[in-house]
Design a protein around this ligand. Structure first.
Ligand code: DX5
Ligand code: ZN
Length: 296
């Protein structure tokens, strides 16, 4: 399943505790923490104290993105990070930064700004847990998605397959309901989203991003609607043809996908098909029974 990493750069700090709880309730996967030094990017953000305090309110995986000139110095400050991503364009030698982050016992990621050629990362990809493609100029939330960055994602995906590597591909900047399906289609594993998640209903926004990788389709030959996550079957709603009736007999969604509204989508699509084709509905499946009754 696609991982969603809300960026707390866009959080409302006066309501941080509530917002961190909403991230957990909304089943966000990671917490994306943007560290900016005012030199590498034209903005300043947070130091380790803020991350340490946030750790008291959330147990989400800490995905720390350091946009700094001197990652060898800065990375070890973030003791509570689970993964630290630094920039290829920083001033420190890449092998030294990798060594520093690994010695601190963290997973390591590398990132490229929009103007940097992603193939320059080739010598380091074998050692990487994650590669972060910036889809805006780093520094600020709320900028427009640069869709030409998806070519970098495609290249990273192909390179990983060809060379049997394991890094995750993450994208950061301008991710929302419209751009997330494009990023997933190109091959991203982790979506960072700041302003989109924190403006409005946080839980609903996370759900929308997570659903972006899921397709619900009707399969007449199998008498069912089926939900797929990037090609993998993760749910279905089956029916039996009984004369002029379709008997909705079974609805199932894989455990890890429960609570995302997928079962409702499966039933809704099947009810539409049933109506379109002029059949009557019968429901022996208890979920469908409840669904229909709730709609009345
Ligand atoms: C930008 C940061 C991003 C930022 C994304 O330099 O690295 O993580 O928070 O914000 P949105 O999702 O609003 O583009
Ligand atoms: Zn970031």
């Amino acid at each position: 399943m696609i991982k969603v990493a809300p960026s707390v750069l866009s959080a409302d700090y006066l309501n941080l505790k509530e917002q961190l709880s909403a991230l957990e309730e909304g089943k966000a996967d990671w917490l994306h923490f943007d560290v900016m030094d005012g030199h590498f990017v034209p903005n300043l953000t947070f130091g380790p104290k803020i991350l340490n305090d946030m750790c008291k309110a959330t147990s989400l995986f800490k995905d720390v993105h350091i946009m700094v000139d001197n990652p060898v110095t800065v990375a070890p400050w973030f003791e509570n990070a689970d993964l630290i991503t630094f920039h290829y364009e920083s001033n420190d030698p890449v092998p030294e930064v990798i060594k520093t982050i690994k010695q601190a016992g963290k997973k390591v990621g590398i990132s490229v700004k929009p103007k940097t050629d992603v193939t320059l990362l080739t010598p380091y990809l074998r050692e990487m847990d994650l590669v972060l493609v910036m889809s805006v100029e780093p520094g600020f939330g709320g900028q427009a998605f640069m869709s030409d960055m998806l070519d970098k994602v495609k290249w990273l995906k192909e390179y990983r397959e060809t060379n049997n590597l394991n890094y995750l591909i993450e994208i950061d900047g301008g991710i929302n309901a419209e751009t997330s399906p494009l990023a997933i289609e190109a091959g991203c594993d982790v979506l960072v989203a700041g302003s989109y998640v924190f403006k409005g209903d946080i839980k609903e926004k996370i759900r929308t991003l997570k659903l972006a990788s899921i397709r619900v389709v009707y399969e007449a030959d199998k008498c069912r609607t089926a939900a797929y996550d990037q090609g993998k079957l993760i749910g279905e709603c089956d029916y039996l043809v009984e004369g002029n009736m379709w008997n909705f007999c079974h609805t199932e969604v894989n455990e890890e996908y429960k609570g995302m509204g997928i079962a409702a989508k499966l039933v809704e699509l099947l009810l539409n098909k049933c109506e379109e084709e002029g059949h009557e509905v019968k429901a022996t499946c208890s979920y469908v029974k409840r669904y229909i009754e709730a709609g009345k």
